[in-house]
Design a protein. Structure first.
Lengths: 128, 365
């Protein structure tokens, strides 16, 4: 049997795995220091504020060009998703009205549901 | 020296070298072909188990999955997803879907999933999640199923929300509670603690200036926990790009991991101050909307599944849940895997899913 320690591919994979672990461990130690938190939060605070300002500015710029902003596109996509959802609900209601076999109070059932009589295997229920 | 026939003194199987070279050349060719395929195609379709949308209200989405068994257990399940991520991690592709597994085992499954809160939803508070969204979904599950009892399953922060809900509505209708990797002692989430150190992290300034916390910030904070892992996973992808199954799995998990949701500003402020800074859930001082949320008041059967190698919610952060909960019927199970592989993928199929089924079936009649 070939020794895995001589397999260059296995060695390479092992090396990558070890490097990943080593770097993660080293970085975690560095990130646990209060200095790291201080620096990251100072930079992060400034960046967040700058990003917000840039985003507001871009929104105005796109408005001036009569173009939709990303937020508007996302809003439109969500609106479409909501319309699709409502269509699904209407479809489910139509199926229910057509079948008219759902239990009272069940407004979204597209088909009759199975009985709630299943028992666990320990109580003699069947596991399929 | 114990060299055997075909091996040189260094242990190298000389006879296998041509085969090995041939195999590596074939893989290199496959890598080039599949690499182009990878760039030019989209990943597998996720979250495709047939479902009906019962309710959509702002960030809240309630789904009902269509039963796949001829006979189902009496008690329906409501899954409460973590607010930072999409629910399709529990419904990847057929054969690797937790939802599909539950349906085939005879459970009636509902999911409270979240969509990105809109800028105008930045004022959503913890109260909105715990005292409005979850109770509303529970009521809709009751109405839709015709059953009073409901089993609640919470994943990660969905588990925290479920605990808060269960402790405030301790008299029901929650019949069973299952938590996956749910933190209680936030002091033990060491790196998150350091990222949000109250001396340097000005959460008020952040929320007041940007409103909702952007998904990029949430994703970065998760990725910073293992900063080398993204690069290493890219290398592993390239090595294995000839392997369709590996690539399919990589794409599913990668898509989900990067599909992070923003968090509503006020809600994030409460998480930071009450949980990360004051550790109120652990200290039994947590309240939501003026109502005390003491997890010792929860008396229903509970299963808490934790992962041995969870880098997001370390075991020390999750351990006190079972100690503090008031239930007599309580169990913690530690399984091999990480924060995500506990619930999805080959590891989950083998470990968590059957365990959950054997625990829950006895309590679902």
């Amino acid at each position: 049997m070939a020794d895995k320690s001589n397999d260059p591919v296995a060695l390479w994979q092992h090396m990558i795995g070890e490097m990943e672990k080593g770097f993660n461990s080293f970085a975690n130690q560095a990130m646990a220091s209060p200095e790291f938190s201080k620096v990251v939060n100072q930079v992060g605070g400034v960046t967040a504020g700058a990003q917000k300002q840039l985003s507001d500015l871009m929104e105005k710029y796109l408005l001036g060009l009569n173009l939709p902003s990303r937020a508007q596109m996302v809003g439109m996509a969500e609106r479409l998703a909501a319309i699709e959802g409502q269509l699904n609900e209407i479809k489910a209601l139509l199926h229910q009205m057509q079948g008219n076999s759902a239990a009272p109070g069940r407004t979204h059932a597209a088909a009759p549901r199975p009985p709630r009589t299943k028992r666990p295997p320990s109580a003699g229920g069947e596991q399929k | 020296m114990n060299a055997t026939a075909g091996l040189n003194p260094a242990g190298l199987d000389l006879a296998s070298i041509p085969e090995r070279i041939q195999s590596e050349v074939q893989r290199a060719i496959q890598r080039s072909i599949k690499g182009v395929e990878y760039i030019s195609t989209s990943g597998p379709s996720l979250g495709s188990t047939p479902k009906d949308i019962l309710s959509v209200r702002g960030t809240m989405n309630l789904y009902h999955y269509r039963p796949l068994a001829d006979e189902i257990y009496r008690v329906p399940i409501l899954i409460v997803m973590a607010t930072t991520n999409r629910g399709y991690i529990l419904d990847m592709v057929p054969g690797q879907s937790f939802i599909e597994f539950l349906l085939k085992r005879g459970y009636d499954v509902y999911m409270l999933d979240w969509s990105a809160p809109k800028p105008e939803e930045k004022s959503l508070r913890m109260e909105d999640y715990v005292l409005d969204f979850i109770p509303d979904c529970v009521r809709q599950v009751q109405r839709d199923s015709g059953e009073t009892d409901v089993t609640v399953i919470g994943y990660c922060f969905g588990g925290v929300l479920s605990l808060l809900y269960g402790s405030i509505f301790a008299d029901g209708p929650m019949k069973n509670l299952i938590c996956f990797t749910t933190p209680v002692d936030f002091r033990e989430m060491k790196l998150f603690q350091n990222f949000s150190d109250r001396r340097y992290f000005d959460v008020d300034h952040l929320v007041d200036s940007i409103g909702n916390v952007p998904p990029e910030m949430i994703l970065s904070s998760f990725e910073m926990l293992r900063p080398a892992s993204r690069a290493a996973s890219q290398v592993k992808l390239w090595e294995n790009i000839w392997n369709d199954e590996f690539v399919k799995s990589y794409r599913m998990f990668d898509r989900w991991a990067t599909d992070t949701l923003p968090l509503a500003g006020e809600y994030f402020r409460t998480i930071t101050k009450d949980l990360m800074w004051d550790n109120k859930l652990y200290n039994d001082t947590m309240s939501v909307g003026g109502l005390k949320a003491d997890i010792s008041k929860i008396k229903v059967p509970i299963l808490h599944a934790v992962a041995e190698h969870d880098h997001i919610v370390p075991y020390d952060a999750a351990k006190p849940l079972i100690q503090k909960i008031g239930s007599a019927d309580k169990e913690e199970v530690m399984l091999k895997g990480g924060h995500v592989s506990l619930v999805a993928g080959a590891n989950a199929i083998k470990r968590l899913w059957p365990k959950l089924d054997s625990w829950l079936c006895e309590r679902s009649t």
